[in-house]
Ligand binder design. Structure first.
Ligand SMILES: Nc1ncnc2c1ncn2[C@@H]1O[C@H](COP(=O)(O)OP(=O)(O)OP(=O)(O)O)[C@@H](O)[C@H]1O
Ligand SMILES: [Mg+2]
Length: 141
């Protein structure tokens, strides 16, 4: 098992840091370009949800991100201690969003679920939200 953990302020300025960090951590496993793009997209969606919905862009709050690798099985955990999700049964539904502005299509969770092998969401209102995402890298290393 090889693992890492980082935490960073809930600012969208840190979204690229999160994406790049996961990409760099996976690099020794020799992933394909497509796999890297998929992981970075998953990270971007999960982390932006934590920052925007979980923490309402409050940079005093911290997003925690962990990656655990066993053989080529990757587990990615994205966690916030923010608002939590009320309608947990609906968040994976395409186009479901609580953000009324046009910027949010309600596709983030659907994208994560499509690109990953599995997506588990644990969330408690006013306690926070934890995404547990698994995705296996193809055997090309
Ligand atoms: N970390 C979180 N904390 C609180 N609520 C969340 C969190 N992540 C998702 N949600 C809720 O789940 C809804 C669906 O999330 P999803 O990422 O699918 O869509 P979106 O963020 O609204 O739009 P998009 O991702 O397309 O910009 C959000 O609108 C929000 O209500
Ligand atoms: Mg989203």
């Amino acid at each position: 098992m090889n693992q890492m953990e980082v935490s960073f302020s809930a600012s969208l300025d840190n979204e690229n840091f999160a994406r790049t960090t996961v990409g760099a951590f996976l690099t020794p496993l020799n992933p394909t370009i497509d796999e890297i793009i998929e992981f970075k997209t998953i990270v971007a969606e999960g982390v932006s949800n934590a920052i925007i919905h979980g923490y309402n862009h409050n940079p005093e709050c911290m997003v925690v991100m962990k990656v655990q690798i066993e053989d080529r099985q990757v587990k990615l955990i994205i966690q916030d201690y923010g608002k939590g999700i009320e309608n947990l049964d609906q968040v994976k539904t395409p186009f479901y969003t609580t953000a009324k502005d046009l910027e949010h299509a309600g596709m983030g969770m659907t994208i994560i679920e499509t690109l990953a092998d599995s997506l588990e969401i644990e969330s408690v209102v006013n306690i926070g939200t934890k995404l547990i995402i698994t995705k296996r890298l193809k055997d090309n290393g």
